[in-house]
Design a protein around this ligand. Structure first.
Ligand SMILES: CC(C)(COP(=O)(O)OP(=O)(O)OC[C@H]1O[C@@H](n2cnc3c(N)ncnc32)[C@H](O)[C@@H]1OP(=O)(O)O)[C@@H](O)C(=O)NCCC(=O)NCCS
Length: 156
């Protein structure tokens, strides 16, 4: 994929997480009620602004696949391009077919602008079927709008 230049507000920088970021990462993920499992700092990227971690996301590794997960921007920093910058950066960092799971009507639209496309659970690699099984059960039984998406790139 071609390099995307990332636009961040002044004073913000995107970097790999380090062990001391773990508390901030956990707080962000819990505040957004996202999956609190597999929060390994080695897999995370963060955006630091004025000395605070204000956004994070990770690439979880599976056999033959990766998942873009734990994307959170602190509420006061939303709508300023941080979520876009992290998503584009993780797409660039991915080294295997890239998937994600999201809930609601707005998030699939957010991710589709980067080249993610909704797929059925059947199209998933075996290694991710188990990870996404809970979401798929919730979709079927509770009729929650849980969407699985695969990165397929942007058509020119
Ligand atoms: C989704 C989220 C990461 C977006 O981050 P952000 O930094 O505000 O996004 P950006 O500024 O880069 O992009 C803004 C765009 O995202 C859209 N957006 C903002 N919040 C959104 C949300 N909760 N869901 C979907 N889209 C959202 C805005 O409408 C805006 O669209 P526009 O450019 O057409 O106006 C952020 O709202 C968030 O942390 N939400 C809570 C956690 C979450 O749901 N994470 C996703 C898990 S799959």
């Amino acid at each position: 994929m071609t390099e995307v230049s990332l636009l961040l507000p002044m004073g913000c920088s995107l970097r790999r997480a380090c062990v001391k970021d773990m508390g901030s990462i956990r707080k962000l993920v819990l505040s957004a009620k996202l999956d609190p499992t597999q929060l390994r700092w080695q897999q995370f990227w963060v955006i630091e602004c004025e000395g605070n971690i204000v956004a994070c996301a990770q690439l979880r590794n599976f056999s033959g696949a990766q998942e873009l997960g734990s994307l959170v921007v602190a509420p006061t920093w939303r709508d300023r391009g941080l979520g876009t910058a992290l998503t584009q950066h993780l797409i660039q960092q991915a080294t295997a077919p890239l998937y994600l799971e999201c809930l609601g009507q707005r998030l699939p639209k957010f991710y589709s602008r980067f080249g993610f496309v909704p797929i059925s659970g059947q199209g998933l690699p075996q290694s991710l079927k188990f990870k996404f099984a809970v979401g798929q059960l919730a979709r079927i039984i509770l009729r929650l709008p849980v969407e699985i998406m695969q990165y397929q790139g942007l058509r020119k």
